[in-house]
Design a binder for this molecule. Sequence first.
Ligand SMILES: C[S@@+](CC[C@H](N)C(=O)[O-])C[C@H]1O[C@@H](n2cnc3c(N)ncnc32)[C@H](O)[C@@H]1O
Length: 204
Amino acid sequence: MSQDRRRHAEATLRNREPILQVLQSILPVEGALLEIASGTGEHAAHLAPRMPKLRWIPTDGDEDAVESIAAWRAATGSPNLDAPRLLDVREEDWGVNDLDAVLCVNMIHISPWECTEALMRGSARALKPGGLLYLYGPFMIDGLHTAPSNERFDRMLLMQDPSWGVRDLGAVTDAAFAAGLVLEGQVEMPANNLSVWFRRPPSA
Ligand SMILES: C[S@@+](CC[C@H](N)C(=O)[O-])C[C@H]1O[C@@H](n2cnc3c(N)ncnc32)[C@H](O)[C@@H]1O
């Protein structure tokens, strides 16, 4: 795969290290992680080599994105980074199970709400008991934006597609709970984003 298929998203350069710090504090050292909506593949290419005992499975619902992820993977050469898979989060069968973690960065506000619900249902199915779902992105809290920049971003998203928009953490937590996942933690991240993680209860 030619490396010139690699796409670049500027924000990944700014958020990848803060995301790594959080992941290293909440993920098991070993296991299997499925990334939903890997986009360019830059997070996978940066994070997988830094967590070398974790098998990292990148995916995206867009074919061009999958090509970019494959090109970043080829450039990285990290043995724990799988070939990317074409996967729409709304598919009933993700083709994986017994996962230790699912990771989804910056997708739920750039897709219809049904994708958030599908992410929760799919994660609850694919995670092993005790497994963890990690989300990163902007959130509203109690129906309010946490910063003027997030409010402007939300208006821009809605103009682009009325089914998109910054999600309320309460609604996301409710969708997770309905699927069988429990909110475990959240931490403020740079640029008014949040890291939020949910767990499939060990006995479920
Ligand atoms: C803003 S990009 C974020 C990409 C990457 N996670 C990042 O932070 O750079 C949103 C990604 O979500 C993907 N996406 C949107 N809807 C999806 C769906 N229904 N299933 C899977 N991926 C989807 C898009 O193809 C795109 O790559």
